[in-house]
Design a binder for this molecule. Structure first.
Ligand code: GDP
Ligand code: MN
Length: 380
């Protein structure tokens, strides 16, 4: 789960990483009031779950509350890389002498957290890595040994931060960032830029914070930060019903049991010349309630023109799934054509049940490829 900049900064502050004081605003008037409270020059920042806000005009300085209101009005109208701006973060403006970059992320290949620090901050880290890799200090932390203080000093020396007062502050921030990373079950904590002010103070001017979805149950406060309005309506509905669903941009609705089977179903739809409208995994079972929940989510997408059920009965028996599908269709009025491919344990019995009792818009196919071809044809 990705957090907004201001939410990441809240977590930074909780772990003692210096950030600027600020206020959240959702209207130009609130931005004005925030600027009045903060006093002096402020920066008005679009809160969207994507980077490059500065370049897109989503970050503006304002010398007075009236100016903050005007800048807020402009920024609230923006759509940045497909993300409409609905929230603003108004914070006390900082003077900038240097822009550094600091992050800790999870390196899956090494199975260890990886720190990166460079004095060439403010720009995309990919650019630094590509054009001046020698300027990028990289260091893995062994999760069993834990973070060692000398590692922070090594990062500073290697990145070329040689002012002692500055070093001291960066070392402290590196250490606190690691604590925040572990305590929050984060996948990424990034500060770009980490600035040095003209007075020599080091602080986080931006934050990019990603928390492992599978650990959210341990962090109800972070889970509560999720902005439900920022996800597609179908995915919001799916989350409420506990259905594993990802919206895609095609017209063939997909429903299968098991993530691997559903993923290969997406490929077969593409091979048959169609485009999947979603990923949807029923999980192991195939009871009527689960099918109804999933079908409600899938048919809630107006782009869906036809639906493919792809079921492989391993532990689940196909006749049970067939009964589940029939019961579900009995409870809902679906007019879109539906193609069902059933295979595995008791497949013959399952198909027979469907053929005997199914409504006219339901078509039974024996193989995955024939089912994919049929549903793509019906979606046209
Ligand atoms: P991003 O473009 O989404 O990465 O947003 P950032 O929060 O990193 O801001 C982009 C740039 O705006 C920074 O690199 C700074 O140059 C500038 N900026 C942001 N906040 C301030 C501020 O308080 N004072 C000044 N002078 N510039 C700022
Ligand atoms: Mn940034």
């Amino acid at each position: 789960m990705d957090l907004y900049e201001y939410q990441g900064k809240q977590l930074f502050a909780r772990h003692g990483i210096p950030v600027s004081e600020g206020r959240l605003a959702t209207t130009p008037e609130e931005a004005r009031a925030a600027a009045e409270e903060l006093g002096g020059e402020v920066v008005v920042k679009a809160q969207v779950l994507t980077g490059g806000r500065g370049k897109a005009g989503g970050i503006k300085l304002a010398a007075t509350p009236a100016e903050a209101e005007a800048r807020a009005r402009e920024i609230l109208g923006l759509v940045i890389r497909g993300h409409a701006v609905r929230r603003l973060w108004v914070e006390r403006a900082s003077g900038i002498a240097q822009e550094y970059y600091l992050s800790v992320t999870f390196d899956r290949g090494e199975k260890k957290p990886l720190f990166m620090l460079t004095t060439q901050g403010g720009i995309d880290i990919e650019e630094v890595a590509a054009h001046s890799p020698e300027a990028l200090a990289r260091l893995h932390v062994d999760p069993l040994v834990g973070f060692q203080p000398f590692q922070a000093r090594w990062l500073c020396f290697t990145a070329g931060i040689d002012d002692p007062a500055e070093q001291k502050q960066v070392v402290a921030i590196v250490e606190k960032l690691y604590t925040a990373f572990v305590a929050c079950d984060a996948m990424l904590c990034e500060i770009n830029p980490l600035i040095v002010t003209p007075a020599g103070d080091v602080k986080a001017l931006d934050s990019k914070f990603t928390v492992d979805d599978n650990a959210l149950f341990r962090h109800p406060d972070i889970a509560g930060m999720r902005d439900l309005e920022a996800v597609p309506a179908e995915e919001r509905r799916a989350r409420e019903k506990d259905v594993t669903y990802v919206k895609l941009d095609g017209e063939v609705g997909i429903l299968g049991n098991g993530a691997g089977l559903v993923m290969s179903t997406l490929d077969v739809i593409a091979q048959a010349g169609g485009r999947p409208a979603n990923f949807c995994d029923l999980g192991g079972g195939g009871d009527a309630e689960g099918v109804v929940d999933a079908l409600e989510v899938i048919t809630g997408d107006p782009d869906v023109k036809a639906i493919l059920f792809n079921i492989f009965g391993g532990i689940t028996r196909c006749d049970e799934v067939a009964r589940g599908i029939l019961a579900a269709l009995g409870q809902m009025a679906i007019t879109d054509p539906i193609v069902v491919r059933l295979d595995g344990t008791n497949a013959g019995e399952g198909r027979r049940l469907l053929v005997e009792a199914a409504p006219p818009n339901l078509h039974v196919e024996e193989t995955m490829l024939s089912a994919a071809r049929r549903v793509v044809e019906l979606a046209k």
